[in-house]
Design a protein around this ligand. Structure first.
Ligand SMILES: Cc1ncc(COP(=O)(O)O)c(C=O)c1O
Length: 382
């Protein structure tokens, strides 16, 4: 009998997160700490531009590569903030779109890439389409990259190392030392570094818009991925970009032409309003508020969880917390029974000891959540 769908689809499992959100749909007033997007809205100047552009009829396809004004603005921003002008650039349908294109452009079936664990889910599952093989790099317990573990994960088939900083789900920012180690190993083995900096403005170590340490400047085989879903809080507008070596970008562009075609036209032009100083002031205030929320959550959880289970987030808007009894999945079940939505760590990792908490929420929601999570942690620790 013919299989109704392609066999490769069976290898992609989306049940983990879906189950949580299915359960949430039936809750009366969930304390939602599961969300992967800012809880503030798109800044007004960007929204006003979007309205003007649609009214003015800027609604057609754009060139596959992106509109020239946005490409010029991105080129300048990458040069000024990250210290090196890109060889080539492509505006994509979100960073998710860029990940798919980059994987297809660089991997042959059976090629391996190093993926620090915990990881953002798409990096693992999108590999199935390119038939590439993720080799997980254990970063527990402090979510730092160690040279010995990295060296041990390299094989003759390794083609790339994937980095994400600030990171989903851990909230960690790579140090310059970690970056230097990764570059040294990548150079020796002639690897690409795929670096996802989508949370770059949510930097609580240096402050908003302070560049995070990045391999971009020093390593020419870096494929930089970033976008506006998180920084401008426009996850639904589907806007990201990729920068990097010209031969890779040329292939990504070719494939985008036959898949996504182009990123949404109005989003591309409206995003330009996000580069203006007035809009950046609004965003800086949001990031300062998130730095405060990060402290609120850290100080709230620490007494019940202890510093062995709680690593202080440095960026993005997540904590990746160990359940005191080491069973993150069971902890999430107990939290869900109290209508607190958190995501099991097993969605993002080969281990199931942790859970992800998002602090992109109102202070009231955070306080209610912290209270219940501490009760649960104490109950189990007894
Ligand atoms: C690390 C990371 N990269 C990429 C994405 C996808 O972003 P986009 O909305 O631009 O596709 C996310 C979304 O959660 C993310 O956390």
């Amino acid at each position: 009998m013919k299989s109704p769908v392609a066999k490769r689809m069976g290898a992609i499992d989306a049940s983990g997160i879906r189950r949580i959100f299915d359960m949430a749909a039936s809750m009366k007033s969930p304390v939602n700490l599961g969300i992967g997007q800012p809880h503030f809205d798109v800044p007004d100047p960007i929204k006003a531009e979007m309205q003007r552009l649609t009214a003015d009829g800027f609604n057609a396809y754009t060139p596959t590569q992106g509109v020239s004004e946005l490409l010029a603005a991105l080129r300048g921003q990458i040069r000024d903030q990250k210290g090196r002008e890109p060889e080539d650039l492509l505006v994509t349908s979100g960073v998710s779109g860029a990940i798919l294109l980059a994987y297809e452009a660089i991997f042959d079936p059976g090629d391996e890439f190093i993926l620090p664990d915990p990881y953002f889910v798409i990096y693992r599952h999108a590999a199935k389409l390119a038939e590439a093989v993720p080799v997980l790099l254990d970063t527990y317990p402090d979510f730092r990259i160690r040279r010995e573990r990295l060296e041990a994960a390299i094989t003759p088939r390794t083609k790339a190392i994937v980095l994400n900083s600030p990171a989903n789900p851990t909230g960690m920012i790579l140090t310059q030392g970690e970056i230097d180690t990764v570059i040294e190993v990548a150079r020796r083995h002639d690897l690409y570094i795929l670096c996802d900096e989508i949370y770059e403005i949510f930097n609580y170590v240096g402050g908003a818009y302070t560049p995070v340490p990045s391999p971009w400047k020093a390593y020419e085989k870096t494929i930089l991925l970033s976008g506006f879903s998180k920084s401008f809080s426009m996850t639904g507008w589907r806007l990201g970009y990729a920068a990097g070596p010209a031969p890779v970008l040329a292939e990504m562009k070719k494939l985008q032409q036959y898949t996504f075609v182009c990123a949404p036209s109005v989003a591309q032009k409206a995003a330009l309003a996000g580069f203006h100083e007035g809009t950046q002031q609004i965003l800086r205030a949001h990031v300062a508020d998130y730095a405060r929320k990060r402290d609120l959550v850290y100080e709230g959880l620490l007494p019940a969880f202890g510093d062995k289970n709680l690593v202080r987030s440095e960026g993005a808007f997540y904590f990746f917390v160990r359940s005191p009894d080491g069973d993150g999945d069971a902890f999430v079940e107990r939290a869900l029974a109290r209508e607190v939505l958190i995501i099991p760590g097993s969605v993002f990792s080969s281990r199931s000891s942790h859970f992800r908490l998002s602090f992109a929420a109102s202070d009231e929601t955070l306080r209610r959540g912290i209270d219940i999570l501490c009760q649960l942690a104490r109950g189990k620790a007894l």
